[in-house]
Design a protein around this ligand. Structure first.
Ligand SMILES: [Zn+2]
Ligand SMILES: [Zn+2]
Length: 360
């Protein structure tokens, strides 16, 4: 079928709206009509180097239109959020940790199915798609059933989209991995959508001190309204301020920036035995620490997609959202799909909390 997609034709250049051919779902795949898709920092990062032409986008939500013969988890008409793909058969997948699938890169970041094929063709040639199980910068997507999570029809699909990546990543990092005790302290570096989700998870966990660090005053204002107890303007004085907030150090820290200098501060701000979750995809290739700063029992742990089993975690998080306890709606700025480049620019500049493209 002919569908509309935002095609990255050259790395680092704007997306181009093109009609592409979407092939039929295979037996273990699902055809989803996308109604909304969030713009995530990972899309923007990959857009600078990914093999082109390609369709990116990985915070899609929509309505199932068709399912392959072997799909039993969703049916046409179901509302779904899409999330990352995993193989389902390796040891981490079978242990309930698909975010650490041994084939994670192969099934999410090659632009192809494992057999080298693609569900998307442009001008008669298959192009890179299947990005994080979907490539949902498009009106329709063929996704593996494993990457599709059924959700209730009461959920606004424009809000549901970012649950598949950004909100799951931030909230899961805290709720599934750090698991802060009530009354403990948490420092969050970066107050974009992922950082705010981590903040809300800190509030849900009963953290008594939640310091949020960012260079953007508007983001800090948002963090204040959502439960941050301390706001720190990032930069040279940030570490000092954090020390004054928690003189013995923070029990937990979360880095959403992927920047080596910020990560170093995040680790140094920990109390002995404290844990820093590294969840951001950013510009730095390496991180470095004074060895004494990790010798006193501190832990640095990488976390992918909130360490979540999406089929279990997303419905739980959406229940909290429905109950008003995970209030992310105010973060979202909607853009018509055609204005994807404007939305990407706003996301890059941090002038919006979470840009979501809509198709209606
Ligand atoms: Zn993402
Ligand atoms: Zn696997």
């Amino acid at each position: 079928m002919r569908v509309s997609a935002a095609v990255l034709e050259t790395p680092g250049e704007p997306f181009t709206l093109r009609d592409v051919e979407l092939h039929k779902p295979r037996p273990d795949e699902v055809l989803v009509r996308v109604t909304a898709v969030g713009v995530c920092g990972t899309d923007l990062e990959f857009a600078t180097f990914f093999g082109t032409p390609a369709v990116l986008g990985h915070e899609g939500a929509g309505v199932v239109e068709e399912v392959g013969d072997r799909v039993t988890t969703v049916a046409p008409g179901d509302h779904v959020a899409m999330t990352f793909n995993s193989c389902g058969g390796c040891r981490p997948c079978l242990s309930g940790s698909p975010a650490y699938c041994l084939s994670f890169d192969a099934v999410n970041f090659t632009g192809r199915r494992p057999d080298g094929s693609s569900a998307v063709s442009l001008d008669g040639t298959e192009i890179n798609a299947h990005f994080l199980g979907q490539s949902s910068f498009a009106s329709h997507v063929v996704a593996p059933a494993r990457a599709v999570v059924p959700i209730g029809k009461e959920t606004d699909l424009a809000v549901a989209g970012p649950f598949g990546c950004g909100f799951q990543t931030g909230a899961g990092g805290v709720l599934n991995v750090l698991r802060p005790a009530p009354g403990s302290s948490l420092a969050i570096f970066g107050a974009g959508a992922v950082g705010v989700a981590a903040l809300l998870a800190g509030v849900l966990s009963g953290c008594s001190t939640i310091a949020v660090v960012d260079v953007n005053p508007a983001r800090l204002d948002t963090a204040r309204t959502l439960g941050a107890t301390h706001l720190v303007t990032g930069g040279a004085t940030g570490a000092e301020e954090l020390r004054s907030i928690a003189p013995d150090g923070f029990d937990h820290a979360i880095d959403t920036t992927g920047r080596a200098d910020v990560l170093r501060t995040a680790v140094e701000t920990l109390a002995p035995l404290g844990t820093c979750g590294v969840i951001g995809v950013g510009p730095s290739e390496e991180m470095s620490f004074d060895w004494r700063s990790v010798l006193n029992g501190r832990t640095i742990t990488g976390i992918i997609a909130g360490g979540a089993m999406p089929q279990v975690f997303l419905p739980e998080l959406l229940k909290l959202h429905a109950a008003g306890r995970f209030p992310v709606d105010g973060l979202i700025t909607r853009f018509p799909f055609e204005r994807i480049n404007e939305a990407a620019e706003a996301a890059r500049r941090g002038t919006v909390g979470k840009a979501v493209l809509t198709f209606d």
